[in-house]
Design a protein around this ligand. Structure first.
Ligand code: NI
Length: 254
């Protein structure tokens, strides 16, 4: 059994959501945590969480939304945080990959959502791209907030810093890529601080790299981690489920 701790599900990417959910169950994916990170995808993700018992959501405005997000949008977010199957805020964070023109708006949006996490005692899902130092500096201002560093791709040193702050590392399909440095990170940190994620429809693991991703490919990521650490697949499943349930409140039978 596995949980996909971070994926995106939308009718724009998948024609038949019922079929996707069925395929995932058949592949041993017990639960999926969908990230709604624009206003439209927040609404759509919440709809799926109402329709499918094994779908949970984290919601929050992605840094790419920083230039358009209004105070009203944040009020909308806060209202939706009260829903039972909303188990975290994200993905939120900083992304300097395409430039730093709106760096102040990004930081402002990030901090406002961290304040919500603090107020509602919710974990956060962090998106940080080319912005490690600023991300860590801001997270340190919120010592009571913990979360998941989604799609972690940094150094061993950075991994250890996040872990020392109480964060888990989201490991996805990139760990199966030949040129990935995640081999060293996984070797260094072991299973205690790792969550499995696909970030589907993006970042499809080998041997399906290049095709559309789906939560059903989580076992390929788990298998790679079991090879790196020389532990059984069952051990990877058990420990990552334990980690996931330690961070997120995935209540059954809602
Ligand atoms: Ni994502």
């Amino acid at each position: 059994m596995f949980i996909d701790t971070h994926c995106h599900l939308s009718l724009e990417d998948y024609d038949d959501i019922d079929q996707v959910i069925d395929e995932n169950r058949n592949a041993g994916i017990e639960k999926m945590i969908i990230s709604g990170c624009t206003k439209g995808s927040i609404i759509e993700s919440l709809d799926f969480s109402h329709k499918y018992d094994n779908v949970y959501v984290t919601i929050g405005f992605h840094p790419s939304e920083a230039s358009f997000t209004t105070d009203d949008d944040l009020v909308f977010l806060e209202t939706k945080l009260q829903e039972k199957k909303v188990i975290g805020i994200g993905e939120i964070g900083l992304d300097y990959h395409y430039g730093k023109e709106n760096i102040l708006q990004q930081k402002n949006l990030f901090m406002k959502q961290l304040e919500l996490a603090e107020r509602y005692h919710l974990p956060v899902v962090i998106h940080s791209r080319d912005a490690t130092r600023d991300t860590i500096d801001i997270l340190k201002k919120f010592p009571d907030v913990i979360g998941d560093i989604h799609c972690f791709s940094g150094s061993v040193e950075t991994a250890k810093e996040y872990i020392s702050m109480g964060y888990y590392l989201g490991i996805g399909g990139v760990v199966t890529f030949k040129n990935s440095n995640l081999y060293q990170v996984v070797s260094a940190v072991g299973l205690d601080h790792i969550l499995l994620e696909t970030d589907s429809p993006y970042l499809t693991p080998e041997p399906y790299r290049g095709k559309k991703n789906s939560s059903k490919y989580i076992p390929f990521i788990a298998q790679k981690i079991s090879n790196i650490l020389d532990v059984s697949l069952d051990e990877v499943s058990k420990k990552t489920l334990f980690n996931t349930n330690s961070l997120f409140d995935l209540k059954d039978n809602l």
